[in-house]
Design a protein around this ligand. Structure first.
Ligand code: HEC
Ligand code: HEC
Ligand code: HEC
Ligand code: HEC
Ligand code: HEC
Length: 458
C-alpha cells in the first residue's frame, strides 16, 4: 500500500514570503495521507439513499436512474458475469480469488465498504448495493497512490457533499468544493483497471489522458455530464451550467449514433465483371474522448460491413482482409464463428466444453477490438483471467482516421448498370453467444454510421 506523505504548501503564504520576505509562519505542512476505501470500513447506513437526494435534486436523479452506473451490480449481464462466472472461478483459481471483493469495489462500492461480499443477488439487496449511488460518489475525496485505478478512491461520508461549486448553498446538508470533481481522475478510479495478472483490462482514463481533449481540458464530464441552464435543486437558484447526470454509454443508441463517421470512396468509377475492384473506407472517431470501443473492450464489438447491391437487386458481400499485425489463424481483425472462450466451461463447470461462437455475427467483416488472452493463450471474455491484453488492438483513436482498403473480386456474372456500395458500422455490447450461454436474452445491435457510393458495372 502506498501511503507516502504528501506536503501541502500554501500558495498565498508562499507568494507573501517570496514577495515580501517577511512571513515567519509555516509554509508547508504534511497533508493527511489519502487512504483507499477499505472493505468493511462503513456500514450501509453511513450513506443516504439516493431516493432522499431525489426529493430536491429531481432532474439530476431522474437522469441518473437511467444510467447503467446507477445499476452497475444488478443489470442482467453484471449479475451473470459476477455470480455465474467470476465467483465460481475464484473457488477454482487461487490467483483470481481477490476479485470476489474486487468487482464489488467498483460495481457496488457501498456493499464493498459494508463488507457485504458477495452482496445479495439483485432484488434482495439493500438498494444501496445496486450500483454507484449519489451519496457514495459525492463522498469521494481523492485517491490513494499515483494513478487512479482499481477502485482506489478514498471516501468521507457524512453531512458534507463534495462537488465542484464554491457557491453552492444547500438545504439539509453541507457542501464542500473539491477540485477532484472538476477533472477526470475521479472517473479514472473505477474506469481504469488491471487484472490480478497485472494486465491493463480497462483504461478509458489512460486513453483519454493522451488525447487532444485532455490537452484542452475537455473532461469526461464535458460529454457524459454536460452543462445546461436550469436548477440543480428544486429550491436552488437558476444557473447557466447545471451538470446533467446522463452518464450514458454502451447501452445508448444516442451515444453510439455518429460516435464515428464513415466516408467511402471507390478507387475507380467503373466496375468490370470478373476483375478486382478497389474500395477505401475512411473511419474517424469523431465524438468519443477515448478509443471506440473503450471500457469493457474484451466483450465490446464494433464491426464494419461492406455490401454491394447490383442493378438486379442482388446483394454481394465484400469480405475484409486480415489487418496488419493479425494472422488468418487468429483472425482477430475479421469476424469469425470458430469456437472460442473455452475457459467459460471451467468457470461454469460444464464438462468437455468445446467453446462457443466467438463473434456470433456474419463472417468476414472488419472488427475493431482489443484482444484479451488468458494464461493458456486463448481469447477470453473474463477480464480478471487476462494475462495479455496487448496481443492486438485496432480500436479507433479519438480524432484520428483509419483507412480500410478492400479488394473485391467482382463475380463474372454481375448485372450491368448502377451498383450501390454500402459501408455500415455497428456496435454490440456483448457477443450473442456469450449472452445465450448465461441466459440473459437478446443483446441489441446499435447503429453507429453508414455511407454509400454508386458505381457503374460495365
Ligand atoms: C432538502 C433538499 C436537498 C436534499 C434532500 C439534498 N440536497 Fe443536495 N443540494 C440542495 C440544494 C438547495 C443545493 C444547492 C444548489 C445550488 O446551489 O444550485 C444542493 C447542492 C448539492 C450539491 C452541489 C455541491 C457543489 O459543489 O456543486 C451536491 C453534490 C449535492 N447537493 C448532493 C446531494 C446528495 C448526494 C444528496 C442525497 C444524499 C442531496 N444532495 C440531498 C438541496 C438538497
Ligand atoms: C465508484 C466507481 C465509479 C466511479 C467513481 C465512476 N464510475 Fe462510471 N461506471 C462504473 C461502473 C461499475 C460502470 C459499469 C456499469 C455496468 O456494469 O453496466 C460504470 C459505467 C459508466 C458509463 C457507461 C454506462 C453505459 O451505459 O455503458 C459511463 C459513461 C460512466 N460510467 C461514466 C463515468 C464518469 C464520467 C465518471 C466520473 C464523473 C464515472 N463514470 C465515475 C463505476 C464508476
Ligand atoms: C469528447 C466526448 C467524450 C469524452 C471527453 C469522454 N467520452 Fe466517454 N463516450 C463518448 C461517446 C461518444 C461514447 C459512445 C461511443 C463509445 O462507446 O465509445 C462514449 C462511451 C463511453 C463509455 C461506454 C463505452 C463502451 O463501449 O462500453 C464509457 C464507459 C465512457 N464513455 C466513459 C468515459 C470516461 C471515464 C471518460 C473520461 C476519462 C470519457 N468517457 C470521456 C464521448 C466522450
Ligand atoms: C460517478 C460520480 C457521480 C454520481 C454517481 C453522481 N454524481 Fe453528482 N456530480 C458528479 C460530478 C463529477 C459533479 C460535478 C460536475 C461538473 O462540475 O461538471 C456532480 C455535480 C452534482 C451536483 C451539482 C450540479 C450543479 O451543476 O450545480 C449535484 C446537485 C449532484 N451532482 C447531485 C447528484 C445526485 C442527486 C446524484 C444521484 C442521483 C448524483 N449527483 C450522482 C459526480 C457524480
Ligand atoms: C476498477 C473498477 C472495476 C472492477 C475492479 C471491475 N469492474 Fe466491471 N466495470 C467497471 C466499469 C467502469 C465498467 C464499464 C465499462 C464500459 O461501459 O465499457 C465495467 C463493466 C462491466 C461489465 C459490463 C456491463 C455491461 O452491461 O455491458 C460487467 C459484466 C462487469 N463489469 C463485471 C465485472 C466483474 C465480474 C468484475 C470482477 C471480476 C468487475 N467487473 C470488476 C469497473 C470495474
Amino acid at each position: 500500500m502506498n501511503n507516502r506523505m504528501r506536503w501541502y504548501c500554501n500558495p498565498l503564504l508562499l507568494a507573501g514570503v517570496l514577495g515580501l520576505g517577511a512571513y515567519g509562519g509555516r509554509l508547508c505542512f504534511p497533508e493527511e495521507p489519502v487512504q483507499k476505501a477499505q472493505k468493511g470500513l462503513h456500514p450501509y447506513e453511513a450513506y443516504e439513499a439516493s431516493e432522499r437526494c431525489a426529493l430536491c435534486h429531481k432532474q439530476i436523479s431522474l437522469q441518473y436512474q437511467q444510467s447503467a452506473m446507477a445499476k452497475a451490480q444488478v443489470l442482467p449481464w453484471d449479475q451473470a458475469e459476477y455470480f455465474q462466472l467470476a465467483v465460481p472461478h475464484t473457488k477454482i483459481e487461487a490467483k483470481v480469488a481477490p476479485v470476489e471483493a474486487g468487482c464489488i469495489n467498483c460495481h457496488a462500492p457501498q456493499a464493498f465498504l459494508a463488507g457485504d461480499i458477495p452482496p445479495p443477488k439483485a432484488g434482495a439487496a439493500d438498494p444501496k448495493a445496486d450500483g454507484v449511488s449519489c451519496d457514495m460518489c459525492h463522498s469521494i475525496i481523492g485517491f490513494e497512490g499515483d494513478v487512479p485505478v482499481n477502485g482506489n478512491f478514498a471516501v468521507k461520508p457524512g453531512k458534507v457533499k463534495f462537488g465542484s461549486r464554491k457557491d453552492a448553498k444547500a438545504v439539509g446538508h453541507e457542501t464542500q468544493y473539491s477540485s477532484f470533481f472538476k477533472g477526470s481522475k475521479l472517473c479514472g478510479t473505477c474506469h481504469d483497471e488491471t487484472s490480478p495478472y497485472g494486465a491493463w483490462v480497462k483504461e478509458t482514463y489512460r486513453e483519454w489522458s493522451r488525447t487532444p481533449y485532455a490537452a484542452a481540458n475537455v473532461y469526461c464530464l464535458s460529454c457524459h455530464v454536460p452543462p445546461a441552464p436550469g436548477k440543480a435543486a428544486v429550491t436552488g437558484i437558476e444557473r447557466t451550467d447545471v451538470a446533467q447526470h446522463i452518464f450514458q454509454g454502451a447501452y445508448s443508441q444516442a451515444m453510439l449514433n455518429g460516435a464515428a463517421t464513415l466516408y467511402i470512396y471507390p478507387l475507380s468509377k467503373e466496375i468490370r465483371a470478373g476483375k478486382p475492384f478497389d474500395i477505401s473506407v475512411v473511419i474517424t472517431n469523431s465524438r468519443a474522448g477515448h478509443r471506440i470501443p473503450t471500457g469493457s473492450t474484451e466483450e465490446r464489438q464494433l464491426w464494419l460491413r461492406l455490401e454491394v447491391r447490383d442493378a438486379n437487386g442482388k446483394i454481394h458481400h465484400i469480405p475484409a482482409g486480415i489487418a496488419p499485425g493479425d494472422t488468418p489463424e487468429n483472425s482477430y481483425s475479421v469476424t469469425v464463428n470458430k469456437p472460442a472462450y473455452r475457459d467459460l466451461g471451467t468457470m461454469m463447470g460444464i464438462k468437455d466444453f468445446k467453446g462457443i461462437a466467438r463473434d456470433s455475427l456474419p463472417e468476414g467483416d472488419r472488427l475493431f477490438r482489443k484482444v484479451f488472452l488468458n494464461p493458456n493463450g486463448e481469447e477470453t471474455i473474463a477480464q480478471w483471467y487476462t494475462v495479455n491484453s496487448e496481443a492486438f488492438d485496432n480500436r479507433l483513436k479519438p480524432l484520428e482516421a483509419v483507412t480500410e482498403q478492400y479488394v473485391w473480386n467482382v463475380p463474372g456474372d454481375i448485372a450491368k448498370g448502377n451498383a450501390t456500395i454500402t459501408a455500415t458500422l455497428n456496435y454490440r455490447r456483448l457477443p450473442q453467444s456469450v449472452a445465450d450461454l448465461v441466459n440473459i436474452g437478446k443483446v441489441p445491435i446499435l447503429h453507429v454510421a453508414a455511407d454509400q457510393a454508386v458505381v457503374e458495372v460495365k
